[in-house]
Every structure is written in structure tokens, then in C-alpha cells.
Design a protein around this ligand. Structure first.
Ligand SMILES: [Cu+2]
Length: 162
């Protein structure tokens, strides 16, 4: 069976060319939206934030970091498993591609509050400011819940599939 589509390397070249043209024209504009955010009750001096960021614009953006008055720092982490051991790697930034979304949840990409203060307790809320390369700063309220409620609200599709 023959495919009407050109072979992959060719399509990739076309995409690269389109990207180049877009870049030359300044590209499109990102339209970043931050969904409802939740943080877990702190455990051992840290708390994970579950949130989805979408970019419905036609330009890429990049999440550069975040901050909150409720913790010493907000770090961008990815959980990696090596030799059966889970560990976290800190990222400097994360692309939020045009038309795409980025999901933070336990066990994968996550935002981590370092040394949360006494306002980070279940039932409480605090402000989280996320800093984007092109969209600037976006501040959203974060609801604090028990860790189990957090996991229930953000089920891992891969975990339930196995
Ligand atoms: Cu982490």
C-alpha cells in the first residue's frame, strides 16, 4: 500500500522550514492558561503542586520558574527512575508548545514547594506566580489538600492502564 504522504524525513524538513519562516516573522503569540491548581500537605519539608498549563495560542512559550509567598522556593522537577530508584531532577525551564499543554503531577513532571510555610495546610490556599518567557507572570490560587486527594484528582492514565 502506498501512502499519499511524503516520507518522514521530507515532512520533517517541511516542518523545519515552516518553523524557520515562523521564527523569521516573529512567530505567533502564545496564549497561556493555568488551570486549577492544588498542592499536597507538606511532607518532609516539601509539597507537590498539581496543575495543567495549556497554550492555545500559535506561538511557543517556556515556563521559566515560579514563586510564592508561601514557600522559600518553587522548583521545576521531573521524577526519573534509574535501577528501580526514583529520584528528582531539577529543570531550568520547560517548553509549553503552541497548541500543547504541560501537566504537573506526582511521579512525573511536578512543581515542588521548598520549605512551605504554615499557610500550606489542607483547607488553605496560597498564591502561586508562574513566570513565562513570553507571557510574563501568571498568578493563580492554589488549594491545599491531602496527598491522597491530590492523586485522586490527577489520576495517572499510565498507572491505571497497566
Ligand atoms: Cu520534586
Amino acid at each position: 500500500m502506498t501512502s499519499p504522504l511524503p516520507p518522514r524525513p521530507h515532512r520533517r524538513a517541511v516542518l523545519a522550514l515552516v518553523a524557520l519562516v515562523l521564527a523569521a516573522c516573529g512567530g505567533g503569540e502564545p496564549r497561556v492558561e493555568v488551570g486549577a491548581a492544588q498542592a499536597s500537605r507538606p511532607i518532609a519539608g516539601s509539597s507537590q503542586i498539581v496543575v495543567t498549563i495549556t497554550n492555545e495560542g500559535d506561538g511557543d512559550d517556556e515556563l521559566l520558574g515560579g514563586e510564592t509567598p508561601a514557600a522559600l522556593a518553587v522548583e521545576l522537577h521531573r521524577t526519573v527512575i534509574e535501577d528501580g530508584q526514583a529520584s528528582m531532577v531539577q529543570l531550568d525551564g520547560l517548553e509549553v508548545p503552541a497548541g500543547g499543554s504541560v501537566r504537573f503531577r506526582p511521579g512525573d513532571l511536578h512543581l515542588m514547594l521548598v520549605v512551605p510555610d504554615e499557610t500550606v495546610v489542607p483547607g488553605g490556599t496560597f498564591d502561586l506566580t508562574l513566570r513565562f518567557d513570553r507571557s510574563g507572570e501568571v498568578t493563580v490560587p492554589v488549594e491545599v489538600v491531602e496527598l491522597l486527594d491530590l492523586v485522586e484528582d490527577a489520576p495517572d492514565p499510565e498507572a491505571t492502564a497497566s
